[in-house]
Design a protein around this ligand. Sequence first.
Ligand SMILES: [Zn+2]
Length: 383
Amino acid sequence: MGNSASSGVEEVRRLIAHRGRHPVISLYLDLDPEEFATPPARSTEIRSLIDTAAKQIEAQAGLDHEDRIALREDLRRIDAFLSSPDAPFKGARALAVFSSSTEDLFETIKLSGPVQRQVVIEPTPYVAPMITAMEQRRWLVALVSRRSGLVLAGSPDGFDERDRVEDDVRGQGEGGGWSQANYERSIEADVEAHLKRIAEIVNLRWRAERFDRIAIGGLQETVPRFEELLADEVRRNLAAGRVEVDFSSATEAQIREAVEKLVAEDQKRTERETLDRLEDALGAGGRAAGGPQATLEALNERRVSTLLIEPGFDGRGKRCSSCGLLLLEGEDRCPADGSELQEVDHLREAVVEAAVAQDADVLVVRSYPDLGPHRGIAALLRF
Ligand SMILES: [Zn+2]
């Protein structure tokens, strides 16, 4: 039984590699703390979702008898799991469950972002909401003061403390017989050595682990000095803002809040920059696709580097049963090889899977309405 503590693009990759012959139940449970914080509220939500799934299994067209029986069994298994103490609700904003007993598949994945409650029964795990909910970026966070340092790592669904540094930097007024000027120079040298020590920890971690972004912060005057000590490769990935927190006196919750605020701002800035690049490239007739038709063509040609979609983008489409080409509705035969086409009920899922399969980033654009004229979908292209 797979039961993962965090979500990542590797999990999505693994799930979409699962293409069995039997249907899979994909179930998304919303755990919004404002609505479902108490166990009774959560139980009611689980009950309602299981009922929805049960109706869907009975109403699902095109299932043979054995598959339907297997799906009922899957649902009993999901129900038992979600009602058990093993259910990993703690720290999750939502939960995804994938089950197909005939395919030996049972996975639960905690999600950091909100999802709509949903049940999908299809031959493959339905992963699009996972991508939408998940922040794919891994963050390293370093907070500094004149004598302390705190290094955190994680993603918006949670940060862990990795290193805590306390150096013996003397305070003012312990100078003994030194002249004041000499004494202050000596203190500053101690502070510099202290900041260097934290920078080395950060530089090493950056190289040893895989991070996408770094945020720094802490007490104002030490932060620019610390920034200069970071390796070039680290600095290149520095978030524009600073984590504004005095971590010597802040609670863990306050530190977390300050980090999350910066990560959210960084996400918004990424959306803006990516949309600007899209607009420039489309205006110049360059490496970009706008709208479902052009984006599907680019995905089929494996040219996409970043797929941009609105949170609500979906639709129906078709897929060539022979070469896998994705097409919009209205086609009867594959234009490439004349083969028959299969119905695609969730175009959103199909485009996200195609993007992940060609190592493209998927960016869900939440903060700006720019994708409206492109009917909710566009792409930046590699060539
Ligand atoms: Zn084809």
